[in-house]
Design a protein. Structure first.
Length: 66
């Protein structure tokens, strides 16, 4: 049984997005705690979100090929 069912893929994508949102929120909180301004903290937050989502999707891609 191959894991390419649409429901499984949507669930995996939802988990990756939620994980990335949590990581980005933590990055925002740490940046604000450090004393960074809100625009700087949002910039760090968005960069962290993009990086963690890219990493999650890359891992899913590698797992799907095996």
């Amino acid at each position: 049984m191959k894991h390419t069912f649409p429901a499984f893929l949507l669930l995996a994508l939802a988990v990756a997005v939620l994980f990335s949102i949590v990581v980005a929120a933590i990055a925002f909180a740490l940046a604000r705690w450090e004393g960074a301004a809100v625009p700087t903290a949002l910039s760090r937050c968005s960069i962290t979100f993009a990086a963690s989502l890219t990493l999650c999707l890359a891992v899913f891609t590698v797992l799907d090929r095996t």
